[in-house]
Design a protein. Structure first.
Lengths: 312, 365
């Protein structure tokens, strides 16, 4: 007699499996499509009906990372045989590479601004959430509501005041400006999420540390933080995804210096016809950091480290 | 190890007054119980001793030093939490050594110390286990080890056995008491369980609604409760209260209960009006010749003794008598109260009247 009330029936399991796989396919298809398009030739990329089996080419990636100019057959002949594989790809299309494109630079800007704002957001968010969770803060509920209320409208609704403020403060088109902006937008989310996680950590752990001779800050640093790791990791992922993908403010506030990848990618279309493979290649590379970050933190997302330490 | 003295300690949480002017002393090496129902302020008092709450007013002296407003880390006391509060991200060894690491003790010494304490508590074999897999008893031992390892001035324990199963609690309470006797450490122990308090404590403070009701050795508190609350909170079944209107003069040694003269310890003060005649169930004898009579309404068999419930002119009375005594429900019999054990209370204030029998106990209460 070994029944378990939690074990689902066979049919239920199958149904759940089919639903999950179905959902995965629906969400994965556009992603796979973009990745595939990055390796297609321009003709294949706009073929109808769509081409599923095709000759892969790195042309999209070459176009993404380089600036080229159209060349006459005469010029090509004078230039002689291509020196590298990417020169060869460019010459096949009747162009010569004139130098690297700005994609690398834009991508680096995205990394600096995305990770910078996420880090700042985590530091400020954890400190604020801890204070809200543990201390008697005057007007606590009102403050928390106020913080939440900053999310009640789309951030872009305040684009004009921010644009003017940034211009006056000299923050337009700077890394610092964008880091501050994304931090400001994300902070309310991170304070609320982290407060929830910190509320769940029994206050006795810190009290035990205080009794054991540690200061309040040491107790926070050595006892609370390791246990809030799960919450911090998942909150960081949310913040990074927002900052990483943000488009509207980036278009509005950045141009030559601190422009991030999202506003840059569409400009690829305009430089030499509708170069969809290059756009797709840019999007594919753009995906990688967030994916890696999420996979690295996945361990924390799944691990219930406080399990069983306190009897409830 | 040290003496802990509490003077006029008060704690307010906003408008709520959790502790009202407590005063008592825990002597060096004592096993001291803070007893009371939930919400009586006993845990708040303990937390103020520890420095986890700061008193609104009043003083706390540990080892002669006033520490009332000092942070917990500077008081050199250990605290055992009801929920153990073992650091979940560390294994047993790290948990135990954590207080030593904070003092900057050299590594070799820490290791030696941890092993010594683990031996005392019988947890040497689980030093490298994570705390999450441990049984309740082992967690309790680890929590104790973490408290002991530092050799603090005092141990403060907040219902440390409350989270354990009933049968295991018995065992741990013996272990705890034995450990205390071995270490001779000043221990303050919070509990709401009167049996635990009587069984383990050298001294007991009984608190109610933020007020210290009585303070003394278990036997005195049991025999000579200072208030009706203490009389009722301690003992199972609790002390019987026979309410009557009457008077007792200073120096008098009886009261009239339903018109029958009852002998009581000689009163030191006079009182009149609504009074309460208090007698413990085991100090009532069934005696058919006694003039005070009650009708048996129920009996409860408890092995060697039985609890007999009587309906009397002054209310319900429970007596603990030998199981062998034949008692039939519905019959009426005489009740004789042992005159040496009676306490008279002022029914209004709930305070015990000072008498020849209890004045020694009430003097330091």
């Amino acid at each position: 007699m070994s029944f378990s009330v939690t074990e689902p029936r066979r049919g239920t399991k199958w149904l759940a499996g089919i639903l999950v796989v179905g959902y995965a396919i629906i969400t994965m298809v556009p992603l796979l499509w973009i990745i595939a398009t990055g390796f297609k030739s321009p003709t294949d990329s706009i073929a109808y009906p769509p081409v599923v089996v095709f000759d892969p080419t790195l042309e999209g990636y070459v176009n993404l990372f380089t600036d080229r100019t159209r060349a006459t057959p005469q010029m090509l002949e004078e230039a002689g045989p291509p020196e590298t594989w990417y020169d060869a790809i460019a010459q096949e299309r009747g162009t010569v590479i004139t130098g690297p494109s700005r994609y690398g630079e834009r991508f680096l800007n995205s990394v600096i601004i995305g990770f910078g704002s996420t880090a700042l957001c985590m530091i400020l968010g954890t400190a604020a959430a801890y204070a809200f969770s543990r201390f008697r803060v005057p007007l606590k509920d009102d403050l928390l509501f106020f913080i939440l209320s900053t999310r009640m409208m789309p951030p872009i609704a305040v684009a004009i005041p921010i644009f003017l403020m940034f211009r006056n403060l000299g923050l337009s088109d700077t890394h610092l400006g964008m880091i501050l902006l994304y931090t400001a937008v994300n902070l309310s989310l991170s304070v609320w999420l982290l407060k929830g996680f910190i509320d769940e950590i029994p206050v006795e752990y810190e009290e035990a540390a205080l009794i054991d001779g540690y200061t309040r800050f040491q107790a926070f640093y050595k006892v609370v933080l390791p246990q809030a790791a799960t919450g911090i990791a998942s909150t960081a992922i949310f913040c990074l995804i927002f900052a990483w993908n943000e488009y509207a403010f980036a278009v509005l506030l950045t141009s030559g210096n601190a422009q991030t990848a999202p506003p840059f990618i569409p400009t690829i279309i305009g430089t030499s016809g509708k170069d969809w493979p290059a756009v797709a290649a840019g999007a594919t590379i753009f995906l990688i950091p967030v994916m890696v970050f999420t996979i690295l933190l996945r361990k924390h997302l799944l691990r219930g480290i406080t399990f069983g330490a306190v009897r409830k | 190890m040290a003496q802990i003295r509490i003077e006029n300690l008060r704690k307010d949480f906003g408008a709520f007054n959790a502790v009202k002017s407590s005063t008592f002393t825990v002597e060096d090496g004592e096993f001291f119980m803070l007893l009371g129902p939930s919400g009586c302020g006993k845990t708040t008092t303990l937390r103020m001793m520890a420095g986890l709450e700061l008193p609104t007013s009043g003083e706390i002296y540990i080892d002669g030093q006033e520490v009332g407003q000092k942070p917990a880390s500077q008081r050199d006391i250990a605290f055992v939490f009801q929920m153990f509060a073992l650091y979940p991200h560390m294994n047993v060894r790290k948990n135990i050594s954590y207080p030593l690491v904070s003092q900057g003790m050299p590594r070799a010494q820490v290791t030696a110390k941890v092993h010594e304490i683990a031996d005392i508590l019988g947890i040497s074999d689980i030093l490298d286990h994570p705390v999450s897999g441990l049984s309740g008893g082992d967690r309790q031992r680890v929590a104790l080890a973490r408290a002991i390892v530092r050799e603090p001035k005092a141990f403060l324990m907040d219902e440390p056995l409350g989270a354990l199963d009933a049968e295991f609690r018995e065992h741990m309470s013996e272990e705890l008491r034995a450990l205390h006797d071995r270490m001779g450490a000043t221990t303050v122990y919070v509990t709401h369980d009167q049996l635990e308090a009587m069984q383990m404590g050298d001294k007991i403070v009984v608190m109610n609604h933020g007020v210290v009701e009585q303070f003394g050795v278990p036997q005195d508190i049991y025999d000579w409760p200072a208030t009706k609350f203490v009389a009722q909170f301690i003992g199972s079944p609790p002390m019987n209260f026979l309410d009557f209107h009457g008077s007792i003069g200073a120096g008098a040694d009886h009261v009239a209960l339903d018109g029958i003269a009852m002998q009581v310890p000689q009163s030191r003060i006079g009182a009149s009006g609504a009074l309460t005649f208090g007698v413990r169930p085991e100090h009532i004898r069934l005696d058919d010749s006694a003039p005070y009579r009650g009708r048996v309404v129920a009996t409860e068999y408890l092995g060697t003794t039985q609890i007999v419930t009587f309906d009397t002119p002054n209310g319900i009375v429970k007596a603990r008598v030998a199981s062998a005594d034949p008692v039939a429900v519905g019959t009426t019999t005489g009740l004789a109260f042992d005159p040496r054990t009676v306490t008279i209370f002022d029914a209004g204030s709930g305070q015990a009247l000072r008498s020849a029998a209890n004045e020694g106990v009430l003097a330091h209460g």
